[in-house]
Ligand binder design. Structure first.
Ligand SMILES: [Ca+2]
Length: 361
């Protein structure tokens, strides 16, 4: 109703108020404005109407049933102008105001329009409520369907789970069986390997024994070269050597070497005292010779080498020898010096020298 009242105020503004002289008061014309004013709370609409009548210039009242608030509409007219509008003369009853019926008709039309709108709203609300009820019922159906579908899905899942569980158990049993078979096969293979190993070991032992027997037989068949060496046996190289003195002619050291080579050897290389003792007690025993041996320092003074280039390590020098003269460069020995060694002129011509050759047997 507040809204209605507001509309009424808006419509009233600007309305040319025409005050008639129904009770003999003066007729005046003008455009007064209308104001709304709240009077407070009253127990009933009649009390609100009485309050309007008691107020000067009140032309309309409004009472709200729910809050019991009373409001009035008054013409806003200065006191000195009130006489011009005849209000004081014509009384305060709003029914005496010409044109007010039109305003009230407008208000009634608007009230009806509002009622129509309210009905339309109620109808719309009812329609919406009906649709909501339908939606809720559909929702319930859907919830039931969902539960049913969920139950079906859970049943299927349970069934699938049970199937998988059963399959897993079967596979586990198969795996266990395979493991047992594998272990059994492993044991069989290990046993076979052990058997093969035993056979191989026995064969090995037998072959070892046979090898020892054969080795002993072979050893008994091998000829000890030292035993059959009728010359000097060099145990370091396992070589048997023979020696001889070329007494047919006297020779210089170079010629002696050539002749020994022609005989299949070389001028004697004496490596150990044992070898030298063997030569002295053999071919040089009881003869009065001067001989050449295979040593020389012709390449570098006092650096004595054998004919194969190896250094002279064992020596049996005569005291004072070698003389280390650059023209005494060949190794010699003589009966007169107890076969001790000395350095001699290689191309000597005034003394007889024989070659001592060393030949592989
Ligand atoms: Ca020399």
């Amino acid at each position: 109703m507040n809204l209605l009242f507001f509309f009424w105020i808006i419509l009233s503004i600007g309305i040319t108020l025409s005050v008639t002289n129904g009770q003999g008061c003066e007729v005046l014309r003008g455009s007064p404005s209308i104001v709304k004013r709240g009077l407070g709370k009253f127990s009933s609409a009649e009390k609100c109407g009485e309050a309007c009548k008691s107020k000067a210039k009140c032309i309309l009242w409004e009472f709200k049933k729910n809050t019991k608030e009373c409001s009035i509409a008054k013409l806003k007219i200065n006191d000195d102008k009130q006489a011009n509008y005849g209000l004081n003369n014509c009384g305060s009853s709003p029914t005496n105001i010409p044109g007010l019926d039109n305003v009230l008709d407008e208000m009634r039309n608007m009230s009806k329009a509002i009622k129509d709108l309210k009905e339309q709203n109620e109808n719309g609300f009812n329609n919406m409520n009906e649709k909501l009820t339908n939606v809720e019922s559909q929702n319930e159906v859907l919830q039931l369907d969902f539960k049913e579908q969920t139950n079906l899905t859970m049943e299927k899942l349970d069934s699938t789970y049970n199937d998988l569980k059963n399959d897993s158990q079967v596979l586990h049993q198969q795996l266990t069986s395979l493991n047992e078979q594998t272990n059994f096969t492993k044991m069989e293979i290990q046993e076979k390997i052990d058997d093969k190993f035993d056979v191989a070991y026995n064969d090995h032992e037998m072959l070892k024994n046979e090898s020892q027997v054969l080795g002993n037989e072979l050893k008994s068949l091998i000829v000890d070269p030292a035993t059959y060496c009728y010359g000097y046996f060099d145990s370091n190289t396992g070589t048997c050597y023979t020696y001889k003195v070329l007494t047919d002619v006297n020779r210089t050291w170079p010629d002696s070497r050539v002749e020994c080579q022609r005989a299949g050897g070389d001028l004697a290389k004496i490596e150990t005292n044992a070898e030298w003792q063997f030569v002295k007690k053999g071919i040089l025993s009881g003869v009065d010779y001067h001989v050449f041996l295979g040593g020389t320092d012709v390449q570098q003074e006092d650096r004595w080498l054998w004919t194969d280039g190896s250094p002279v390590s064992f020596t049996d020098w005569l005291p004072g020898a070698p003389r280390n003269r650059t023209n005494y460069n060949c190794l010699a020995a003589a009966y007169g010096y107890s076969w001790q060694w000395f350095d001699e002129i290689c191309e000597i011509y005034y003394r007889e020298y024989y070659a001592v050759c060393k030949i592989k047997a």
